[in-house]
Design a protein around this ligand. Structure first.
Ligand code: HEM
Ligand SMILES: *[C@@H]1O[C@H](CO)[C@@H](O)[C@H](O)[C@H]1NC(C)=O
Ligand SMILES: *[C@@H]1O[C@H](CO)[C@@H](O)[C@H](O)[C@H]1NC(C)=O
Ligand SMILES: *[C@@H]1O[C@H](CO)[C@@H](O)[C@H](O)[C@H]1NC(C)=O
Length: 327
């Protein structure tokens, strides 16, 4: 750990144990949970995530989105990673998972762990730790995370839409969904800053462009988006997309919040953060101070990563993240 990382880690470590004592975090998880059973766990995840990032930079972006889609839905339990079988429909096939990618490389990380310690490190911890390492590679803060999560034995395909908001849902709905995962308004405004990396397909944008342009979009930016998405009815299989942040597309930074203030938010859920008095001042504060954004992003991602985990004897530790263990 470099000097910068360890100094930044201290306040978070304190807040992690305080959160636990106050009943806000999960006390069944612990720092360095695999210290005895698989001491190199966190190093292996870091090595694999870095190796993948050097070959396919956007894997890092995927690990951050994976944490959101897995942990927001009931629990951080790797239910997202289960593939469709005769018995299961994968959450990955939900319309809310549109555009998610790189799932095959989760297996690369898990295989490296299995080679060292078979059936020991849960896929849910792979989801959490890979996101933690990804955030660092994407220029975000280092977030110490507890481990010891267990994996679900089922997919929650049927209820994905009850937990993960849609691109055009109201701010009230978005805030209440995050509230259910223990994340307040400030945390929500910070977490949506993950949209400073990655891409959005035209299917999620065209309803802001056609038949008429949403008046909350900057005129020039709307012209640019229409050039990116010329078809009002895009073929969902077409790889047409716009970048969330053209200036630093691979950095988790407050350019997201600056863009919102200049009416260059991509999704409706992004842009409406500045249309509402309860969130606009938070957007302004984060746009003015990247350290403040990173601080709240880190504490909120930590909370999300500890949303209602399975621990102890609950669930199982999968040997292959794509399938439940056979009996
Ligand atoms: C109201 C909440 C949210 C909604 C409605 C939402 C929706 C979306 C949509 C529609 C996309 C574009 C998918 C595509 O067209 O390919 C996207 C991308 C993304 N989202 Fe979210 N999101 C939300 C919150 C979050 C949170 C909390 C995080 C992480 C902390 C996150 C991380 C990402 C990332 C990293 C991408 C880029 C993926 C890529 O380029 O592969 N999102 N989101
Ligand atoms: C790991 O476990 C060993 C022996 O069980 C202990 O001495 C050491 O302090 C532990 N390290 C951490 C970082 O928890
Ligand atoms: C939200 O967008 C979807 C298409 O992605 C559309 O079917 C739906 O009608 C929109 N909902 C609202 C409230 O505009
Ligand atoms: C920016 O935010 C950091 C972290 O919250 C805080 O310590 C610092 O004082 C803020 N800087 C300014 C100029 O407000």
């Amino acid at each position: 750990m470099g000097f910068n990382e360890s100094t930044r880690a201290i306040p978070l470590l304190l807040s992690a144990s305080l959160f636990c004592l106050l009943g806000l975090g999960n006390c069944d998880l612990s720092l360095n949970y695999y210290n005895n059973s698989c001491p190199r766990t966190e190093d292996i995840v870091k090595e694999q995530v870095e190796k993948l990032y050097r070959k396919h930079g956007n894997t890092a972006v995927s690990w951050v989105r994976n944490l959101f889609h897995d942990c927001m839905l009931k629990s951080c339990d790797a239910s997202l990673l289960l593939e469709t079988t005769e018995a299961t429909i994968s959450e990955q096939t939900s319309p809310r998972s549109f555009g998610m990618r790189n799932f095959k490389y989760v297996n690369t990380i898990k295989d490296a762990l299995e080679a060292e310690c078979p059936v020991t490190v849960s896929c849910a911890d792979v989801v959490a730790l890979s996101a933690r390492e990804a955030v660092v590679l994407l220029g975000g803060p280092y977030i110490p995370m507890r481990t010891g999560r267990r994996d679900s034995k089922q997919s929650y395909f049927e209820v994905v839409e009850d937990f993960i908001p849609n691109h055009n849902d109201s701010l009230d709905l978005v805030l209440s969904r995050f509230q259910s995962a223990g994340i307040n308004t400030e945390g929500t405004v910070a977490l949506l800053g993950a949209h400073s990396v990655g891409r959005v397909h035209c299917a999620n944008l065209v309803n802001r462009l056609y038949p008429t342009v949403d008046p909350t979009i900057d005129q020039e930016y709307a012209e640019y988006l229409k050039r990116r998405c010329p078809n009002p009815n895009p073929d969902p299989k077409e790889v047409e997309y716009a970048r969330n942040d053209n200036e630093t597309p691979m950095v988790i930074d407050n350019i997201y919040h600056k863009n919102l203030l200049s009416h260059k938010g991509l999704l409706l859920v992004d842009q409406q953060l500045v249309s509402d008095p309860s969130t606009v001042s938070l957007v302004e504060m984060m746009a003015a101070n990247n350290s403040y954004f990173h601080e709240i992003f880190a504490s909120s991602l930590l909370l999300l990563s500890e949303n209602n985990p399975l621990t102890g004897d609950e669930g199982e530790v999968r040997s292959d993240c794509r399938f439940v263990n056979s009996e």
